[in-house]
Ligand binder design. Structure first.
Ligand SMILES: Cc1cc2nc3c(=O)[nH]c(=O)nc-3n(C[C@H](O)[C@H](O)[C@H](O)COP(=O)(O)OP(=O)(O)OC[C@H]3O[C@@H](n4cnc5c(N)ncnc54)[C@H](O)[C@@H]3O)c2cc1C
Length: 332
């Protein structure tokens, strides 16, 4: 063990933020334990505790660069599992009432489902020396000695730690516990955005669409949008979105009507072509599991802390990603 490696770290939450936090800390810590309440699937699959995982997620090139540095060969691994490189040459982006010009972005992005990305990152992190990912473990709060955080309580058991990193997402129990016990009550700002999504996947064929991917958003007079991206297993992932209660329906007919109402017909045409192909082969029409999600609020990360409590807790407790700032969601 290297002389620099010191201390036991507990990371709460084994989703994207928790896994990447574990990777960042691993070279410096004696041990890193990631505690995840879900009984994580052994293969890439959406999971109930991360409902946004069913919706469209694109890995932009800066994120890909970081993953490449941390996990050598991960790009090739993702591609071998069906991830698709996309760039501006094949982009159909309908914005401001017209299609944007196409051109080489220089750096491609990688398109795959969020579950595949998380699955591959998780297997890489679990293989790191000194890192353990424990599944099906629920953290209910932190243990403290005075104002110092000394560990967590997980499934009723104390787990000591020199550093706790809370990556348990938008509904952090640690934050709730600290607020309930009046230890740390950062004010939260809610910004109503009221956007609703419906997402699904469809089988992809080479002649479905001459572009690589399709985005329709920010069009004058329309508060509806849609995006279609190629993902693993020869599928298109489609996400439709509307605002102020205009949540896209999650039924075949409702999806077709909503897509047809977008400022460009291309999304509806693509869905129709996929459906037609299925009908020709006498296969059921058309969507794999649809999922709807409605975002309503966004907490602000700028918490005022007049008594300096954050500073006292900070050396042993940190928070990451959606714990700090998230698009709050409830089923649509
Ligand atoms: C519709 C939609 C589309 C999005 N698209 C993109 C995109 O294209 N690109 C992008 O970068 N981001 C996107 N985001 C945002 C992204 O999904 C989130 O920012 C990201 O998932 C946050 O990751 P996280 O690890 O902080 O939290 P989460 O992914 O929510 O994970 C929290 C984890 O903690 C676990 N957990 C919770 N409580 C406990 C507990 N008490 N004990 C143990 N474990 C616990 C949960 O089971 C879960 O695994 C999108 C979000 C939405 C809603």
């Amino acid at each position: 063990m290297s002389a620099q490696r010191q201390g036991r770290v507990v990371v709460v939450g084994g989703s994207v933020a928790g896994l990447l936090t574990a990777r960042a800390i691993a070279p410096y810590a004696e041990s890193v334990v990631v505690l995840e309440r879900d009984r994580l699937p052994d293969s890439p699959a959406p999971r109930g505790r991360v409902p946004q995982g069913r919706h469209l997620h694109l890995l932009l090139s800066a994120g890909l660069d970081r993953l490449r540095d941390w996990f050598p060969g991960i790009e090739a691994e993702l591609e071998s599992r069906g991830a698709v490189r996309v760039d501006g040459t094949g982009a159909w982006i309908h914005q401001g009432g017209a299609y944007r010009a196409r051109g080489d972005w220089g750096r491609p992005a990688l398109s795959q489902t969020r579950p595949l990305l998380e699955h591959v990152v998780r297997s890489r992190v679990a293989a790191l020396p000194g890192v353990t990912v424990e599944r099906g473990v629920t953290v209910t709060g932190v243990t403290r000695s005075g104002r110092r955080v000394t560990g967590v309580v997980a499934d009723g058991r104390e787990r000591p730690a020199d550093l706790v990193v809370d990556c348990s997402g938008r509904s952090s129990r640690i934050a709730h516990d600290l607020a309930q016990s009046h230890v740390l009550e950062p004010p939260v700002t809610h910004v109503g955005i009221d956007i609703g999504y419906t997402s699904f996947t469809m089988r992809r064929a080479a002649d479905d669409f001459e572009g690589q991917f399709l985005v329709c958003s920010d069009n004058p007079g329309s508060f509806r949008g849609g995006a279609v991206l190629p993902v693993e297993d020869d599928r298109w992932q489609v996400t439709l979105a509307g605002v102020h209660g205009d949540v896209p329906p999650a039924t075949d007919d409702g999806i077709a009507d909503f897509a047809a109402s977008l400022p460009t017909p291309a999304v509806a045409q693509l869905i129709e072509r996929c459906e037609r192909r299925l009908r020709r082969r006498h296969l059921p029409v058309p969507v794999e599991p649809a999922a709807a999600l409605r975002e309503t609020t966004r907490p602000s990360p700028r918490a005022r802390d007049p008594r300096g409590r954050v500073e006292q807790l900070r050396p042993h407790l940190r928070a990451g990603d959606d714990v700090v700032c998230a698009a709050g969601s409830r089923p649509g």
